[in-house]
Structure formats: C-alpha cells, structure tokens
Design a protein around this ligand. Structure first.
Ligand SMILES: C[S@@+](CC[C@H](N)C(=O)[O-])C[C@H]1O[C@@H](n2cnc3c(N)ncnc32)[C@H](O)[C@@H]1O
Length: 331
C-alpha cells in the first residue's frame, strides 16, 4: 500500500499564527495566573477575567487543545511548563519574553513586500536603541539570558581564567553568572552605548561592580580590549552576515592571549539546513527587522573560527533545538 498524502500538515501551517494569537490573548487576560490562583473552573475564570462565558469557553478549548491547560478530574490545571514559566509572580516567569516579538507580527505578514523592496542597515533594529528601549528589551530577555548563562557555567570550566570579554553582553547575564561561579574571574561587558546603562543596573543589583565592567561600543568595528583569556558572544549570531561575524571572530582572536578560548553561542542551522526551524526563523527575523543578518550553519561557524586561527574548534549542542556552541582555542 502506498502512503497517502493529504493537506493536514499544510493546513496547520497556513493557520499556525492562530496558536501565537491564542498564547498572547491568554497571557493578556492572565489565564494561567488565574488557574494557578485557584480559578480552575470556567465559571470562576469568567468571574476573575470579566470575559463573556462564550469567550472563556473558546479560550479554554484552544488552550486545552494546544496542551497549555489540562484536565485534572473536572478541574483545569496548567501544563507543567506553563505552570513554571507563565504564571505571573513566579521566579521563572517568562511572559515578557513570550510577548517580546509580538510587535513584529505585522512585519512578518509583510515578508513578501519586504523581500521585493528590501531596506536594511548593518545594525538593523539596534540602530535605534535608546536607554529606555534597551531597558525594556532586557527586562524581556534577561530571564532567558541568565538561564542560558547558568547552563554555560555548568558546561564550561573557567576556574583558571582571569578575564572574560562578553561581546553583546546585554544584561550582563553571562558575565555576572561567570564571576559568581569562578572566583578569580573578572569580566568586561561590551554592548552598544545605550545598552550598557541598563547593564550597569544588572551589575549593581548582583553586587559585582568590582569584578564586572562595561564598555559602550559597536562590536562590528574597532579592536577589542586586550589581553583577555576568554571571549563569549551569545545570542546575537543571526543579526549579522558572514562577513561581520567572521570579522568579529578574527578581532576576538587578536584580543585573546595565547592559550585563550572563545565561545560563540547562537541559533545555528544544521549543515543540511533542514533545521532547527527556530534557527531559520531567527535568520528570517532579520529581514523583518531590517538588518543584513541571516542564519548561519554549524560548519560556517567552525569556518569563521578556523579562518581566524583557532584550533580544537568544535560545535556542540547547547540548548536542544535552539542554541549551539562553537568553541575554539588560540594556540
Ligand atoms: C539577544 S541579546 C543577548 C544578550 C546576552 N549576550 C545574553 O545572551 O543574555 C543581543 C545583544 O547584542 C547586542 N548587540 C547587537 N549588536 C551589537 C553591536 N553591533 N555591538 C555591540 N552589541 C551589540 C544587543 O544590544 C543585545 O544586548
């Protein structure tokens, strides 16, 4: 018997935006926070949210079918990840990160027009940052950044290192977490001038001002502070094209002492470019945000490192399905 094909998968893709919209609306009305607070029936949810019963019925059906909510007997409860990350007031609340790209929705639906009539700059959305927008950006992204940084210190031993340079360090998540974990380490967070104002606030909150400094600069140009013995560049890979990333890696190599190491952490495509989808989509996001960036493959990243002169270059999984880590040593 031959495998039959049908349109199910394609239809789902054609309406995949509906899942995003339901998630945004559920967060808008605090659905998961209310369920956590004990509103586990639709009647209670109607009272708590002030929505019409019919809309609660619709929303709950969508949330159940998307496996955001579950049944526990006759009562509703949050799925495990929803309970951990989408209940406001909890430590790991990631609502602002889930909403972070919502303003880009209209742009994604103008993709065709943008491809036919492109308008891009090297820095894309980062051209227009202000101190206020940088603060807002990092309020949304820092929970994810600190989570990744905790994973980094569990994976990479920097106990013999003295000075970390954190390119595009944002909230300082990697620098702060690394100096907290490794006693002898100091760090410099290099980020755009409006951003480092916000970075300094995270550094003060963590009480590590004596060990983490900031430098307001554009990493696409100029030489980096030197000497350092570790360079980290995390979560900004698809913002730039191959020429810029290759050049950043080469300047990082020059800034490192002999024996030093570099870690490039980002959304990398598999070499056959068949995934992860998230990496491909972050590359496309750069069309929407108006930069010249694109998704890079693991092999391309290894190439930037070996061309710069790094040895022992290796790409490993960092967060499955999302982030990979390319590492190399300066001889
Ligand atoms: C997604 S955030 C990642 C922040 C941090 N590395 C982390 O993983 O938590 C990307 C950061 O790269 C910075 N960035 C982007 N382009 C830059 C440039 N040309 N020079 C300096 N920083 C840049 C942004 O300002 C932002 O803080």
């Amino acid at each position: 018997m031959t495998d039959r094909i049908d349109t199910t998968r394609l239809q789902e893709m054609a309406r995949a935006y509906t899942a995003s919209a339901v998630l945004y609306a559920a967060l808008d009305v605090g659905l998961f926070t209310q369920v956590n607070a004990g509103c586990t029936t639709e009647k209670a949810l109607v009272e708590a949210t002030g929505l019409r019963a019919v809309d609660v019925d619709r929303l709950v059906s969508c949330a159940l079918s998307l496996e955001l909510l579950e049944w526990k007997g006759d009562e509703l409860c949050n799925a495990r990840d929803v309970e951990a990350y989408l209940v406001q007031g909890k430590d790991r609340y990631a609502g602002p990160w889930m909403m972070f790209t919502r303003p880009d929705v209209p742009g994604w639906f103008q993709m065709t027009e943008k491809m036919l009539d492109p308008a891009s700059t090297k820095l894309g959305m980062y051209d227009e940052l202000t101190v206020e927008s940088a603060r807002k950006y990092h309020q949304a992204t820092s929970s994810i950044g600190f989570g990744a940084a905790r994973r980094f210190v569990r994976t990479v031993d920097l106990s013999d290192r003295k000075h970390l340079l954190d390119l595009g360090g944002g909230s300082g998540a990697y620098s702060i977490t690394c100096v907290e974990q490794f006693e002898g380490l100091k760090a410099t967070v290099l980020d755009l001038p409006p951003v480092v104002v916000a970075t300094q606030e995270y550094i003060s909150d963590a009480g590590v001002q004596d060990r983490v400094k900031t430098l307001g600069a554009d990493f696409t140009q100029g030489e980096f502070p030197s000497p350092v013995d570790v360079v980290v560049m995390a979560s900004n890979l698809p913002i730039y094209d191959s020429q810029v990333i290759g050049d950043v890696v080469a300047r990082a190599f020059r800034a490192l002492e002999s024996g030093g190491e570099m870690h490039l952490i980002g959304e990398m495509l598999d070499n056959d470019r068949k995934g992860p989808v998230d990496a491909a989509m972050w590359g496309m996001n750069e069309l929407i945000c108006g930069s010249e960036g694109r998704a890079h493959t693991r092999a391309e990243c290894e190439g930037y490192f070996t061309s710069a002169g790094f040895i022992d270059v290796e790409v490993t999984e960092f967060v499955a399905g999302t982030l990979a880590r390319c590492a190399g040593k300066k001889p």
